[in-house]
Design a protein around this ligand. Structure first.
Ligand SMILES: N[C@@H](CCC(=O)N[C@@H](CS)C(=O)NCC(=O)O)C(=O)O
Length: 138
């Protein structure tokens, strides 16, 4: 199989890529990286060698290296395997879809990410810890 997706079941960023690959009917091998077990498998040197940013998703493309950043990852199969298309053909409609994707990936997700909550909980002084976001539970 030409694609290996480094993924975690509760990672919303990895969900984006899994949904895109599945909608396009592209098979991939899943390499599971547990974000909580053992302090986070994404923080181990073995995974940092794959993605120095220590985050999932990452997509290994046989013979071409590793892609990172969910939206950039999704663009690759969209360009390499154009059909079925995820993006509308109309340029204005494409811009609206990209805006919705960036609203989530660039505005909403970064502030509730696992590493942010893990940093905020000890320094916030709030006796009730913020719940870990979907990315980190389990
Ligand atoms: N902007 C990145 C975000 C990747 C990311 O932060 N993924 C989360 C899981 S949803 C993660 O690995 N977090 C690890 C951490 O915060 O330590 C993308 O869209 O791929």
């Amino acid at each position: 199989m030409p694609y290996t997706l480094y993924t975690y079941w509760r990672s919303s960023a990895a969900y984006r890529v899994r949904i895109a690959l599945n909608l396009k009917g592209i098979p991939y091998e899943a390499a599971l990286i547990h974000l909580v077990r053992d302090g986070g498998e994404h923080l181990l040197p073995a995974f940092r060698a794959i993605n120095p940013a220590a985050a999932v998703p990452a997509l290994r493309v046989d013979g071409a290296g590793v892609l990172t950043q969910s939206l950039a990852i999704i663009e690759y199969p969209e360009e390499a395997h154009p059909e079925p298309a995820l993006l509308p053909r109309d340029a204005i409609e494409r811009a609206k879809v990209r805006a919705a994707a960036q609203l989530i990936a660039c505005d909403i997700h970064p502030v509730n990410n696992l590493r942010v909550i893990q940093h905020l909980n000890p320094v916030s002084g709030n006796p009730r810890s913020l719940p870990l976001p979907g990315c980190g539970i389990g």
